[in-house]
Ligand binder design. Structure first.
Ligand code: MF3
Ligand code: CO
Ligand code: CO
Length: 289
């Protein structure tokens, strides 16, 4: 079924197809015929969806700012969970992790050698010298936004500080690289190059994801890649960039008891920063950070 040039555009803008995405679709078809991996329309957010995702992103950033103001040595990771849960609910949101595939808490708290999916606990007390990733995902009016930050508790070692900094730099370098009509592999190349240049490793098998209408959507965003390869990036796509960087080897294992928490195999430190971004007509918009 072909859409007529005077029909409303499939993107939900309310404009006629011919003045909206008609040229865009032609361009996509041409690129596809040249062997490019083009995203399906389902990965392109409507203007209304983008508006909703932006609002979820604004609340998500506020929650992380609130965590930044309150995090300190001596508190438990369960205290962080309470803060995030209560703030989210008080502002009309839903913490996406809670009950997601059975996840028991409202936020992920990953300390030191925990790579990701750390489960908050009253028995886990933040100590001077710890590094922790707090990963917040918020649902607001049905839309999702996902971001995480690292926090250094008190005086951390120079090595830990460096790992945290280099990981952040890798995300910022990726942000500068991301643009419409670029490729997913551009992100993987810039991140992995930066990480490897510092002697660290980055996880290949756990990475970023489309987000917005759901928690985890296509595409998979790998943080190891090659420029000019992988799915084409087009305006309206929304996804996360969230490299997990290990001080030592890339190998990891999962906690057998809780089925969630991922640790470095060699016990080395791991850091992660996560942004949700949207591809725009002329660049990239940070939805939450
Ligand atoms: N927020 C994580 C991500 O960045 C996913 C956590 S899933 C959970 O994709 F269930 F552990 F919360
Ligand atoms: Co994510
Ligand atoms: Co996340």
């Amino acid at each position: 079924m072909k859409i007529g040039r005077n029909d409303p555009c499939w993107c939900g803008s309310g404009k006629k197809y011919k003045v909206c995405h008609a040229d865009f679709d032609e361009k996509l078809a041409e690129l596809k015929s040249k062997g490019e991996k083009v995203p399906p329309h389902s990965l392109i957010k409507t203007p209304a969806q983008l508006e909703g995702i932006r609002k979820a992103g604004k609340l998500n950033t506020e929650i992380l700012d609130m965590v930044a103001e309150n995090i300190h040595a001596g508190m438990s990771t369960e205290d962080i969970n309470k803060l995030v849960h209560e703030y989210t609910i008080a502002h009309g949101g839903i913490p996406a992790p809670l009950n997601y595939c059975g996840f028991p808490k409202s936020v992920c708290t990953s300390v030191n050698d925990v790579i990701c999916h750390g489960i908050p606990s009253p028995d886990e007390i933040l100590q001077d010298g710890d590094i922790i990733n707090v990963d917040v995902t918020t649902i607001l009016d049905g839309y999702y936004a996902d971001a995480s930050r690292m926090f250094c508790i008190g005086q951390v070692s120079d090595e830990a500080k460096k790992l945290v900094e280099v990981t952040k730099e890798s995300v910022d370098l990726a942000l500068a690289e991301v643009k419409p009509w670029g490729h997913l592999g551009d992100i993987g190349e810039v991140i992995s190059k930066h990480v490897y240049a510092h002697g660290y490793t980055v996880l290949h098998d756990i990475g970023g994801h489309g987000v917005g209408n759901d928690f985890h959507e296509e595409p998979y965003v790998c943080h190891i890649g090659k420029k000019g390869t992988g799915m084409l990036l087009v305006p309206g796509m929304v996804f996360t960039i969230e490299p997990m960087v290990n001080e030592g080897e890339e190998d990891f294992f999962q906690d057998e008891e809780n089925g969630w928490t991922i640790y470095t195999e060699d016990g080395s430190l791991s850091a992660q920063w996560e942004y949700t971004v949207a591809i725009t007509e002329d660049g990239v918009e940070v939805i939450t950070h």
